[in-house]
Structure formats: structure tokens, C-alpha cells
Design a protein around this ligand. Sequence first.
Ligand SMILES: Cc1cc2nc3c(=O)[nH]c(=O)nc-3n(C[C@H](O)[C@H](O)[C@H](O)COP(=O)(O)OP(=O)(O)OC[C@H]3O[C@@H](n4cnc5c(N)ncnc54)[C@H](O)[C@@H]3O)c2cc1C
Length: 732
Amino acid sequence: IFKYNLSLCSSGQSNPTFYLQKGGQAFVLRKKPHGPLLPRAHKVDREYRVQKALFSAGFPVPEPLLYCSDVSIIGTEFYVMQHVQGRIFRDISLPEVGPAERSALYLAMIETLALLHSFDLQSLGLQGYGRGPGYCKRQVSTWKKQYDAAAHTDIPAMNKLAEWLANNLPPDDSEESLIHGDFRIDNIIFHPTQARVLAVLDWELSTTGHPLADLAYTTQFYFWPASIKGLGQGSILETPSFEELVSTYCRCRRISTTLSNFNFFLALSYFKMAGIAQGVYARYLIGNASAENSHEFAKVVKPLAERGLELSKSSTQHSTSGELFHQSRKGQEILLKVKQFMKQHIYPAEKEIIKYYTECRNSEDRWKKPPLLERLKELAKAEGLWNLFLPDVSGLSQLDYAQIAEETGRCVFAPEVFNCHAPDTGNMEVLHMYGTEEQKKEWLEPLLEGKISSCFCMTEPDVASSDATNMQCTIEREGNSYVINGKKWWSSGAGNPNCKVAIVMGKTKNSSASRYKQHSMIIVPMDTPGLKLIRPLSVFGYMDEIHGGHFEIHFNDVRVPVSNIILGEGRGFEIAQGRLGPGRIHHCMRSLGAAEAALEILCQRAAQRQTFGKKLYQHEVVAHWIAECRLSIEQARLLTLQTARKIDMLGNRRARKEVAMTKVVVPRAVLKVIDCAVQVCGGAGVSQDFPLAFMFAYIRTLRLADGPDEVHLSTIARWELLDQSKKLTAKI
Ligand SMILES: Cc1cc2nc3c(=O)[nH]c(=O)nc-3n(C[C@H](O)[C@H](O)[C@H](O)COP(=O)(O)OP(=O)(O)OC[C@H]3O[C@@H](n4cnc5c(N)ncnc54)[C@H](O)[C@@H]3O)c2cc1C
């Protein structure tokens, strides 16, 4: 073998691979790495065996030529195969080709994967190649053991993910196909000019097991954490889409496009990637890794594990046949319970609760909660219908919650009954994501228990607050305290006597920093001296007692301990970004429920009343309004669900454009429905006898309160231009 001209042709993390040349002939040699190895890893004899079987069956692999177990020749076992001439794409976004060719190459890749999974193990002569049924269970325990053996620091997300996987194994874990184990575009040699797979490489991790594990692994880059760059997998593809790839795979295998438990396989993929990264780093530490950048692998283990955990919570079914918005079984169960609760307890309580607020309007009790509402809260809590908005507490995805929130949005006070009401939801998210252990104990726990409520103080009367860099309220450090001075208004919920804490945004002195690093958020107990409720603000004449009102609050030398700062000085915008995520589309989800309620009122009225000899709905213009309302609701709901799904899959940051679109589209659609309902109800529609006037006032504020439409439109345009420029670069 030493007569050959040998050069290293791959810097992969697994078996070192060499290019061999003799005269006009080219070969590839793969060998075990030197040094101590993880158990069961780097079995080149298995690679040789599986390639031989597949080559004989006509599957595209390099023809294996010889296997040598004699370690005296080059120091380890090795095998030699034919060299295949063609294209290998190292960057998964395939920047070398245009979108159409990229799509064709990816589809060829996925068809090849489907072909691999279609082989019968017996006819390949690979009986006993794997270890029999129970692949997923073994994968979880093998990667856990390998991870534990290689771990250099404690990563709680990795342990949580391992636990979730072990407890959520798919019921069809006995399914067995030949699987590759590392099926990626950079393990494929394509024809030099055509979108055709010539050879699939690197069979080190091949075995028999559940084919969806391969599919999830191959498509996992669609969900790649944005924080990990520079390891060759930083970008998601516009074309082909995830759905296109998966539906092509299902078509080729003639299986249903509804993939049960796909979230398990995606989570498993991320677990495995994190385990691999940890292994590479461990090898680097002992000086035994084959790639130059192996020291960087330590940094990626945590974000990979965290993404795996997020994916584990996403919808348990993925469908590519139009049923994109499947709720998990848990989501469906809770939705059903919420619907029953609404029917049994909420709707029957509506009259009494509205009466309470009407009668108390001019008394001191106006800001207090009606006793019936408190009883309903206890009941909901006892039934486990509590804090459903927070995925880490409820175990629900945003997609699950979207449909539940819509249900609760049908009645104005229902979200509070389930402890899912603004602004407490946003504040709880902030404390959950950014609070210290002490802050969580003191404020988050009682909020989650519904013992106290809170308000959020950002907007100021003296400056245009849609640009939050304008905030003038100051938060100045003096010894062990921060001193707050300034005016805030529109602090929703501050009138509620149970509102015990405010999260206040203000300017900390740091003029040298960027505009986005000068503001901070701080926790201020409402009974701190110097904090004064000045007046409630009306919304189209309503004082909105149900939501605890919207108050102007002044802060005069309000002093709180330094430990009350959230996340640190100058981190206010970072927190605001987090707060602007899922919490903010919860409004949209709920308002769709209001639209459904309004359309119901419209239709009932149109069927009851008669003008000029026919029922209102028999006038074609009214019938068309009904149709238009239904169109608006369905369109707005689809966008909301799509956004929820994207947040689940890719996180808040990657769903920013969709979040902004949802915030513009939904209030517009809902207002249109309420407006039609008002029109059909005539004078009654704007009176206190119908909820429509209050609904209109409340939903109209969403076009301001959630940030003005214009700001969202600018965000959408910015992202659209960026997306278009990416497409253009790809074409060039
Ligand atoms: C019912 C309700 C509840 C609220 N609850 C809270 C709360 O709990 N806590 C809190 O801090 N705040 C709350 N707010 C305040 C809300 O967040 C602000 O009203 C909002 O951010 C807009 O700020 P602003 O009122 O100062 O309007 P401004 O910033 O003065 O903007 C006025 C108008 O200028 C236009 N505009 C602004 N920017 C642009 C742009 N980039 N391009 C084009 N036009 C633009 C828009 O038409 C906008 O409506 C609430 C508001 C309402 C109505």
C-alpha cells in the first residue's frame, strides 16, 4: 500500500479518510483513528460490509474493494474503495448553485434516503447488522452514556433532554430499516453536472432502526439554533422547504404524510448532535481529534441540547398534507377541558360579573375583583387549567396554546380565570427568562400562583414611546440602591388592589453606550414610597376595570435595592425583545376568540330580525359580510398558527417577521368582524346591551398597545427586503 501516493482527503470527525492514487487509478482509504476510542465507535469492518451489500443491490455507494484487519500495516484496520468523481457540497446552503438546482439536488438526496429505507434487510444479506427492535431506546441510552463519558461540564438541558427522550419513546420503536445514521448533503457525491446522487459516503453510524431517525437528522438544519455559526450549518434554506423535502420522502416511500412523533426524532437528532460535539471536544482534550476546529465544539453542546428540548415540546405530529397545525395530544386534552370549563362555568358567570362592574362603577370597589371571579380562578387552578401560556410550566407548545388562548378570548375575563392574562403573562415570562433565583422566589412564584398581580411601566406621557429609546425615566445607582424618577402612563392592571409589583423600564446612566444599551428594567414593589397612582386613563370612554384599568404613575425618588435590576444595567432592550415574543401574539390568539364571538352575535341577529320583507341575512349584502368575516377569521387564524408553529420550531428571533405580520393582520381582521356585527345589530350594537362596543374599543387599542401598526409594517418590510436580497445573492 505504501507504493501509492497518499493524501488526506477529508477532515471529518470520524474515520480519517485518504485519497490514494496510482497511475490513472484513484481510490479512497478509510481507517480507524489512532488512540483510545469510544466503545462501538469507528467500526470500519461494518462500513465495509454495509457498502458491499448496498453496492450489490444497486444503491449509490463507492464500490468497496478490500478490507484489512491487520493493524501491522498502517497501524489500524482499514478498507479501500473506488474513488467516485463528482461534486461534494460542504456548505449545506449550496451557495455555488441557484435555487432551482439547489431544490433538485436536495430532492435527489431525499429520494436516495427513501430508497435506502425501502430495502429489505434480508434481501441485502444484512440480517443481524443491527441489534433488533428498540432502536430509539438504545440510541437514547447509548448517546447518554457516550455523552456522560465525554462531558467536561454540567449542562442541565442535556440531562433534561435525555430524560424527556427516555420517557417519550415512540410506540413503534420495533420498526427496522437499514439506516445511515449521518445522512447529510455533505456526505453525498453528486453527478458533476446533473442533480443525481452518485454515492453516499460515511457509513460509520449505519445500523438498523427507525427510518424517521434518519429523516429527522437529515432535515434538522431547518431548526438550527441561530447562535451556532461557523461550523458549516449556519443557514436555513428557503428552497426547498422542510415540507417539500418531507412530502417527497413520504411519497417515495408510499407512507402517510402525517408523521407521528416526529418531534421525538428531531429532539433525538439534536441530542445526538450535542453528544457528537461533546465527543469531538473530549477527543480534542486528549489530543486525538482529526479536525482543526475541534476545540470549538465545546461551545455548541448547550445550544444544541436546548434546541432539542424546544423541539421536544413542539407539536407531536408533523403533517405535510395541509394538516400543518396539529395539536399535541396534551394540547387537545387541555383544549377540550378549557372548552368544557368555559361552557360550564365562564359563560354562565358572564352576566353576574358584568353586573358587578356596572354597579361598582362609581364606588371604591370598582378596581376590586368580583368574588365570583376569584372562585372561578380557584376552580380552574384545581382542574389544572392554570398558567397554560408558559411552555416550561404547562408543557404546551405555542401551537397548542394558540388554540386554547383563542377559546379563552371568547370572554373578556376568561384569560384571568386561567392566570393567562396580560400584562401578568409578559411579566412572568420576563422573570422566568431573566430573573435571578431570588427575584423568581419573591415575585414569579406568587404571580404563578395567582396570589398577586403586576403591571408593566414602559410608556411615558412626555415622549413618543413607540420608539422606546426615547424613555426618559431615570434609574440611577446610589450605593446599594437604585433611585427611580419619572412619569409613566398606560400601565395596565395597576388599579387592581392586588397589583403588588411593577416592572419599570428606565434609563441607567451610561451615555457612552449605544442607544439600545442605555435602558434597564427594574422590579419596583407597588408600595415603595414615592410611587404614586395619578389617574386612570379611559379607553374610548371605558375605564376598563375588568383589566385593572390603565394608569398614569409617577415615580419620585423611588428607591429599591440594587438586586431588583433584571439581567443587569443596560439590558432593557434585550429583555424587551424577549418580552415581545410569544407573549405578544397571545393577544392575537385571544382576539380571534373575540372575532368568533362577534360573528356568532352577527349571525344570530341576522337570523332574528327582518327588514323590507326578509330576514337580514337574506339581504345579499349582509350574507356577503358574513362570508367576508369568515374569510378574515380563517386567514388571520392561519397566519397566527403558522407564527406559533414557527416560534416552536425556530424560536422567537427567527419568527420575528411572522410575529410582526400577525400583530398587524389579526387586529385588522377582528375589528372588521366586530364592525360588521355592530352594523347588523344596529343601535343595539353600540349599546351596553351587547358586548360589541367594548370589544371594539378593546381590540382597537391593540393597534397601538402592542406597538403601532406602522412600526410592525416597517419591521416586516425590513425582513422582507433582507429575505429578497438573500435570494438575489443565491441567484448570482
Ligand atoms: C389600552 C392600552 C394599554 C396599554 N398598556 C400598556 C402597558 O401595560 N404598559 C406600557 O408601558 N404601555 C402600555 N400601553 C402603551 C402603548 O404601548 C403605547 O401607546 C404605544 O407603544 C405607542 O406609544 P405612544 O402612545 O407614545 O405613541 P407614539 O409613539 O407617540 O406614536 C403615535 C403614532 O405615531 C405613528 N408612528 C410611530 N412610529 C412610527 C413609525 N416608525 N412609522 C410611522 N409612524 C409611526 C403611529 O401612527 C403611532 O400610533 C398601552 C396602550 C393602550 C392604548
